[in-house]
Ligand binder design. Sequence first.
Ligand code: 13P
Length: 337
Amino acid sequence: MALESLEEIATYIVADGKGILATDESNPTCGKRFDSIGVESTEENRRDYREMLFRAEGVKNNVGGVILFDETIRQKARDGTPLVDLITSQGALPGIKVDKGLKPLDDSPEETVTQGLDGLSERCSEYEKMGAKFAKWRAVIKIGDGIPTDDCINQNMEALSKYAKIVQFNKMVPIVEPEVLMEGNHSIERCFEVNSKTLNSLFNCLDKHQVNIKGTLLKPSMVTSGKDAENQAGVEEVAEQTLKCLLDNVPADIPGITFLSGGQSDIDATAHLDAMNKIGGFDWKLSFSYGRALQQPALKAWLGKDENIEAAQQALSHRALMNKKAATGEWSQSLEK
Ligand code: 13P
């Protein structure tokens, strides 16, 4: 894979309905996922789990990029092969989470700003030498009484833009992820409003920092009802509102938009993506960068046991294929077993 430019890398990741497998959970988050299946979160167990995912047959052809955590990009498979090499042998590009998590905002402590700009260029340079072709930084925007504040949106979009510039300087494609959380009882209209304001601020900031948009991928939330809202918007409404929000705020020349799943069920995440691609009318590739919505069935099938590896790999392969179909608008419920 001789991918010379940022544009080529970004385009490769989302070519032909491919998307991204997000496996960049921090150790505490991985611990929470493992708790749910009664597996201890040791370095070896995390390695075994991720090795199992990366070797799944369905990674080939359906996944264009895999996001790793710092520990994982340095790990080797049981047979000594670097995990990065397993990923590239599946035709996918390795990527790396480079943010350092969240810290409370001084003037609005229930909100957060993402940290990690200190020493970022040096870390990026090291990751690039280790084979990473793209990076990820996640900003978190909460919806609630009186929040998000303008200050929260501005500080987070400013940090995302500085990150993107530094990553491109180090020859990697930045994924910019402004996650608007689903937690809360807000309406889909309120979610639309907050996502619009956030994306508008983000693209103004990226422009101000002269980030090359053609060498960038956007990882947004979908526009949905809050998780605890009484009235839950259906698939068509989520698809229509999300597309309208993106068309209003995202430049046509960004090569790909790869959604996060954010706590949606695996089937909902696929159905929403499919509905948007069936509507069409946009220039970007509209695809997936799912963590939970790709991994959940595999995690449940695995349970930390070697004898379950094949079943777990089949579960991941199935979700990867279903989401590829959704990214080209060719999914239907009948394809789910
Ligand atoms: P989810 O799809 O589980 O939201 O994870 C994607 C991700 O990478 C969050 O930063």
